[in-house]
Design a protein around this ligand. Structure first.
Ligand SMILES: [Zn+2]
Length: 413
């Protein structure tokens, strides 16, 4: 257990926060610090064909140890951390034999991780938790995944009696800013399928995610002195407000769960002359997803029609861009790759929690690039913030799942 803890802490104490405003890959130079260290470590444990390209994508191979033909499988995680919360100067705290009570993350700042708010904590009574000190995120997302993959490969190397086929592993930058899969060379990776180790609690197994689009609607206006504005002024902010009122009130992130889709307004700024409204559109169901995009168009047209005479041209312009699609379409035809992961968990006494992801993963983009790629738990909770924590036992279970998937894949049919 200590080896796993040391390895994890070694990774999380290296700041690898990504930056959505950067145009380079990796988006931040500091991601190289961990990337270079990982390459060294993969060498030390004895993996082969270790490569790191000029964008910091790392790949490596554990060769097959059986004579018969076995599909090549892959395991993937990302080494950047979310720009939503500071990833600098992370000071992890290790809590052994957790007693199920409040955990004071930072006495000075009065920051407490409490099971009365984060009920999941109670599942981990008696276990070893790694938390933050309340001033940063932890980076279990997704350095837990990296820890698990490296540890599982090390385990397989030290236990040659466990049969397995060729295994490819990859670590990527910039997943948190949605670019982790962008420069992923699926052909070079050469796996028949893969798993991202990037889920949360023990048992999570995911192969459905949102279909996603973004919409930016620009509203025009006409500024006139307010004292003499009657019949002349057009206030673009009020038109944006009109638009918002046409959206279904109950289809927002805070009102939906499971397979329910939503519209999420995440930015609104304006003046009388121009207002920009930005929102994202999410739905697991392809048809409903298309309907949502159509609704944006419909409302825009309706508003344009209403103001056609007064404004003379289109007063609202909608720019809708698809972002990613539900991987289910790509995974269902090769459903056995989910079944193997499920069987691995059951064999280990882990109850599989198969549920739709309310977001996207690198795996969904990879699935559309030709590498079907479900997502498996990495063990952490409360990602992207100061309450992030990971039970060490959950990481151990993830290691076992990786090893078992490798073993099951190599079983003679
Ligand atoms: Zn992640």
């Amino acid at each position: 257990m200590q080896h796993l803890i040391d390895r994890f802490i070694g990774y999380v104490t290296i700041d690898t926060e990504s930056d959505p405003n950067s145009q380079t890959t990796p988006s931040t130079n500091k991601q190289w610090d961990l990337a270079n260290l990982l390459v060294k470590e993969l060498n030390t444990i004895g993996l082969q064909d270790i490569t790191i390209d000029n964008k910091a994508y790392i790949m490596a191979t554990l060769p097959s140890n059986v004579a018969h033909e076995v599909p090549t499988i892959g395991f993937i995680s990302h080494f950047d951390t979310s720009p939503d919360f500071s990833g600098a100067h992370i000071k992890p705290q290790v809590i052994t034999n957790y007693d199920g009570k409040d955990i004071v993350l930072n006495a000075e700042l009065n920051i407490v991780l409490s099971p009365s708010y984060f009920k999941d904590l109670l599942q981990y009574k008696g276990q070893t938790l790694i938390t933050t000190n309340g001033t940063t995120l932890l980076g279990a997302d997704d350095k837990a995944g990296i820890t698990e993959i490296v540890t599982a490969m090390e385990y397989l190397i030290n236990h040659p009696e466990i049969p397995h086929g060729k295994i490819r592993i990859a670590f990527t930058p910039d997943e948190e800013i949605g670019r982790g899969a962008h420069h992923f060379d699926v052909e070079k990776f050469g796996a028949d399928w893969a798993y991202t180790m990037d889920g949360s609690q023990v048992g999570e197994l995911e192969y459905e995610n949102f279909n996603a689009a973004s919409a930016k609607i620009t509203f025009k206006g006409k500024s006139v002195h307010p004292g003499y504005a009657k019949g002349k002024m057009i206030n673009s902010m009020l038109i944006a407000n009109h638009f918002i009122n046409e959206l279904p009130k109950e289809e927002t992130p805070e009102m939906t769960k499971g397979y329910e889709g939503f519209f999420h307004i995440h930015h609104l700024s304006g003046s009388i002359e121009e207002t920009v409204l930005e929102l994202i559109i999410r739905d697991h169901n392809k048809r409903k997803f298309e309907n949502r995009k159509e609704l944006i168009d419909k409302i825009t047209k309706k508003i344009n029609k209403k103001f056609a005479k007064q404004f003379g041209e289109d007063i609202a312009i909608a720019d809708i861009q698809d972002q990613y699609y539900n991987m289910k379409e790509k995974v269902l035809p090769v459903k056995h790759i989910v079944d193997i992961a499920e069987k691995a968990m059951r064999t280990l006494g882990i109850k599989p929690l198969i549920k739709p992801i309310r977001g996207g993963t690198d795996g969904c983009q990879l699935s559309y690039k030709g590498l079907p790629c479900p997502n498996i738990f990495a063990g952490g909770h409360n990602f992207h913030g100061k309450y992030e924590y990971v039970p060490v036992e959950s990481m151990q279970k993830a290691v076992q799942v990786i090893v078992k998937i490798a073993e099951l894949t190599a079983e003679k049919k």
